[in-house]
Design a protein around this ligand. Sequence first.
Ligand code: GSH
Length: 85
Amino acid sequence: MFPKLELYYFDACPFCQIVLREVKALNLKVTYNHIYKEPQHHEKLYKDTGRGTTPCLYIDGKPMFESADIIEWLNDNKEKLEKES
Ligand SMILES: N[C@@H](CCC(=O)N[C@@H](CS)C(=O)NCC(=O)O)C(=O)O
């Protein structure tokens, strides 16, 4: 079973763009939760973490902040992650 990845992001966030680029480069399957196009995602992020900071990657429901940490985790775990078909 692959870990479920959900990225909370918005387009104009430069740190999100760095993570999005890495997700594409690694060809990973990720659910994209845009926090402004779909405000329920912003609300959930705040409810779960007390912050609205993006990017935030949920890994099996556990939030991880910090673009550099997210990118490091993706690379460390890429062999175990589901690829985009
Ligand atoms: N050091 C963080 C910076 C993240 C950051 O500053 N994100 C901005 C958007 S570009 C943000 O969410 N600011 C609003 C907030 O922190 O509530 C990272 O690299 O992920």
